[in-house]
Write a protein that binds this ligand. Structure first.
Ligand SMILES: Nc1nc2c(c(=O)[nH]1)N[C@H]1C(S)=C(S)[C@@H](COP(=O)(O)OP(=O)(O)OC[C@H]3O[C@@H](n4cnc5c(=O)[nH]c(N)nc54)[C@H](O)[C@@H]3O)O[C@H]1N2
Ligand SMILES: Nc1nc2c(c(=O)[nH]1)N[C@H]1C(S)=C(S)[C@@H](COP(=O)(O)OP(=O)(O)OC[C@H]3O[C@@H](n4cnc5c(=O)[nH]c(N)nc54)[C@H](O)[C@@H]3O)O[C@H]1N2
Ligand code: SF4
Ligand SMILES: [Mo]
Length: 698
């Protein structure tokens, strides 16, 4: 049989690698990195290879499922599934109003144009304010700080690593995660090249991660200590006369207010709370100011904290004050070929961002970027009254494992009048649904990244066609979403074209005036060059300037003072971690990733283990609030003493899920231990790291 070679962009993480997929008939023969890809140049990780297993996974859903009166699921046709949805979901909205229907959107939707570009249409048709997503488990703090500073939620600067001499990295592990809010395939190779040119990388992380081990300097920051450290660094810049924004000075508001506001936060006062001594803080501030091309980059570990928004802001404050924002080799803004709000409208002016246009019903949390904190989903379902959530549509989301207090979410889901899941598995969350509608295998779908070119280390335009024809009768997810929307508002659905038309339109209206045909004509995409300075053109703040000292952020500084007084109670702090062979909560069913050593272990420093009477392989009991977990101990000196680490996304032993392989080694759900009341009040983001736990031998 003839072997065909296909070019396919990987949808499994933010690195967006181009892959070469060889097929014979309907079989995948091999998957490797596509050498001709103008952006990823042949890089691939084990998850890319797992697309074959995903395509072939017998547990992956290929037809809709409808829950039967006995609780089991039966396969159904699409018409039957939609009839059930129409019969049960539509009346709930008629009876209880638009807000009675909530939406929860998960991570894979950021990687699928068929979901990302069409979910807004469903939201509009539903008219609900109860919109929740994984963004409040992840990057909402960075989106908020960027919105306040630069005027748009997705105007987020990224390290220009190919020209950088000094990279300070906080709370990120791109050697494993392959980058986040920074689309950078082959971080390892780029970091190596940077160091080869004499550049330096400094990593702040409570664990000596794979990224820290490969860097020049690792500083084991105390979990939750970033706000203290970053304030210490900003203070030093002012204190030592090193604050020199250079070209940006004329485009920046608030420098004097900021200088005043950070006055109390000298490194000498911050040292104990962040775990980094004052001379080191001062040295790093000086190095940052002196470097020709430098960048500060903070990611997940800095967002999933009480001061997530402050951290995200202070990272860019450092970039601005040292003249490294928007400068080659510094923190730069990509210019995407399509879909970027910061390339449309009037340059250097805009409306900025607003929050709290509405509030959550029960706790009164402000809306941010149209979303409410996902940690409040359960209470909106549980709490009776006007506007109570009675039905839920979950789209590519597994909050039972990925959000704090999963057991409470499970109970809440069970109490709904109706739940619909758009998911490719019958898993921990979708098992609670009344109807499950599957999507395509990634190999049956076209691919165009809407979000990640806005976060890429280099500008580019790429598209990939489906590898296989989709099975007869199987709709694309965009069609499923429009069909759903039409149940509530036929208008909203009818006017929306398919993805190819959408992409072509966005490319033509984009800053490079490309067409889809032009991009398709290439094998490996179009390189649009290194990042270029974009200030003031990029700014969409009402002032048309960078807002360095937004009042809502300055108003949080007294809370930092308070936390400083409360810091260090001497207990154990739990942090998370990621693994190369894992993708949040849903890839443990794929053989190529599931093999190898046990991954869901509790990492602990030998010093702590000795004190607690634990040894390698022993079982530890973790307790927090009323919850408890048992996990096998793995000793390592890579962890800061007093800190333990568990990965998230495990706990595949819940009854009713259909994940045969994952259930063989289920692991434990670390989120079952986390307190859903802890969040960054500004962005609504959950606190997932640095959480106090008690640890003992079981
Ligand atoms: N403790 C702790 N918790 C965390 C984190 C952490 O670091 N620590 N990280 C957080 C972060 S950053 C994130 S983004 C969230 C992620 O949490 P979620 O948004 O819940 O995402 P996943 O865990 O990736 O689950 C994705 C779901 O989508 C389904 N799916 C996969 N592909 C498709 C598809 O093509 N179509 C459809 N319809 N469904 C699909 C999967 O079966 C699964 O049910 O987890 C968060 N939770
Ligand atoms: N292989 C793999 N790749 C993935 C994923 C996956 O599950 N597996 N998930 C994807 C998703 S959804 C995302 S959002 C990205 C995330 O990608 P990254 O942002 O790189 O996130 P992590 O790899 O979780 O690294 C976060 C780091 O923060 C550290 N940390 C914890 N607490 C603190 C703290 O208080 N301060 C500081 N400074 N550091 C702290 C942790 O020890 C950890 O090393 O990864 C994506 N890529
Ligand atoms: S790094 Fe991310 S995009 Fe690249 S192959 Fe791996 S999972 Fe896919
Ligand atoms: Mo994420």
């Amino acid at each position: 049989m003839e072997t065909l070679s296909h070019y396919r962009i990987c949808p499994l993480c933010e690195a967006c690698c181009g892959l070469e997929i060889r097929t014979q008939g309907d079989k995948v023969v091999s998957i490797r990195g596509a050498e001709q890809d103008v952006f990823s140049h042949g890089y691939i990780c084990p998850k890319g290879v797992s697309l074959k297993d995903l395509h072939e996974d017998p547990d992956r859903l290929r037809t809709p499922l409808i829950r039967q009166p006995d609780g089991s699921f039966a396969e159904a046709s699409w018409d039957e599934a939609f009839a059930e949805i129409e019969r049960r979901l539509v009346p709930i909205r008629e009876r209880h109003g638009a807000d009675a229907l909530a939406l929860v959107i998960g991570n894979p939707s950021a990687h699928k144009i068929g979901l990302l570009a069409y979910v807004p249409r469903l939201v509009k048709a539903l008219g609900t304010r109860n919109f929740f997503s994984a963004s409040t488990l992840d990057q909402m703090p960075k989106q908020l700080s960027s919105g306040l500073m630069f005027g748009h939620w997705l105007s987020i600067p990224v390290p220009d690593i190919e020209r950088c001499d000094l990279l300070l990295m906080l709370g990120a592990n791109p050697m494993v995660s392959n980058g986040s809010l920074w689309t950078v395939p082959d971080y390892r190779g780029k970091a190596k090249a940077m160091r080869g040119r004499g550049g330096r990388i400094v990593v702040f992380d409570p664990r000596r991660t794979e990224t820290a081990a490969q860097a020049d300097e690792h500083l084991a920051i105390r979990p939750g200590g970033d706000a203290f450290l970053l304030l210490g660094l900003v203070h030093t810049l002012f204190d030592e006369g090193l604050a020199k924004p250079g070209r940006l000075e004329e485009w920046t508001n608030g420098i004097a207010e900021l200088r005043e506001a950070v006055q109390p936060f000298a490194p000498e006062r911050m040292a104990a709370a962040c775990g980094i001594d004052a001379p080191t803080q001062r040295r790093l501030a000086r190095e940052l100011a002196a470097a020709g091309h430098a960048c500060v980059y903070g990611r997940l570990g800095t967002c999933t904290q009480r001061f997530g928004t402050l951290n995200s802001w202070l990272v860019d404050v450092l970039n601005v004050l040292t003249g490294h924002l928007d400068a080659p080799g510094g923190a730069m803004f990509p210019k995407a070929a399509a879909f970027a709000a910061n390339t449309t409208g009037q340059p250097a002016s805009g409306r900025g961002v607003r929050t709290a246009r509405h509030r959550s019903r029960v706790s009164g949390a402000p809306e941010v970027f149209g979303e409410l904190p996902i940690t409040l989903l359960a209470e909106e379902i549980e709490t009776a009254g006007d506007g109570q959530v009675k039905a839920l549509i979950a789209i590519a989301a597994n909050p039972v494992l990925s959000a704090p207090n999963g057991p409470r979410i499970e109970r809440a889901l069970d109490s709904l009048d109706f739940m619909l899941s758009l998911d490719i598995y019958l898993n921990e969350t979708s098992r609670h649904a009344d109807v499950i509608l599957p999507g395509l295998s990634p190999l049956e779908d076209l691919h165009f990244d809407v979000a990640f070119p806005q976060l890429s280390y280099r500008n580019h335009a790429r598209f990939s066609a489906p590898v296989f024809e989709r099975p007869a009768g199987m709709p694309g997810e965009w069609q499923t979403l429009l069909r759903l929307a039409a149940l509530f508002d036929p208008e909203a659905a009818s006017s929306m074209p398919g993805p190819e038309v959408l992409i072509d339109h966005a490319l033509r209206g984009g800053p490079y005036g490309l067409s889809l045909e032009q991009v398709k004509a290439t094998d490996g995409g179009i390189d649009l060059g290194p990042l270029q300075p974009r200030i003031p053109e990029l700014l969409r703040t009402p002032s048309g300037r960078i807002e360095l000292a937004p009042t809502t952020l300055l108003a949080e500084l007294p809370a930092v003072e308070q936390a400083l007084a409360d810091a260090d109670d001497g207990g154990m702090l739990l942090i998370g971690r990621r693994d190369v062979r894992s993708g949040n909560s849903w890839m443990h069913n794929l053989p190529v990733l599931a093999k190898g050593p046990e991954r869901c272990t509790l990492l602990m420093h030998p010093q702590d283990a000795e004190r607690l009477g634990l040894s390698n392989g022993a079982t530890a009991r973790l307790t927090a609030g009323g919850a408890e977990l048992l996990a096998p101990v793995e000793l390592t000196r890579d962890l800061r003493p007093g800190v333990v680490s568990l990965p998230h996304g495990w706990g595949h032993d819940l009854p009713g899920a259909r994940l045969g392989r994952a259930a063989e080694r289920p692991g434990v759900n670390m989120n079952a231990l986390l307190d859903d009341r802890l969040r960054d009040p500004l962005s609504g983001n959950a606190v997932l790291s640095g959480v106090a736990v008690a640890v003992e031998a079981a």
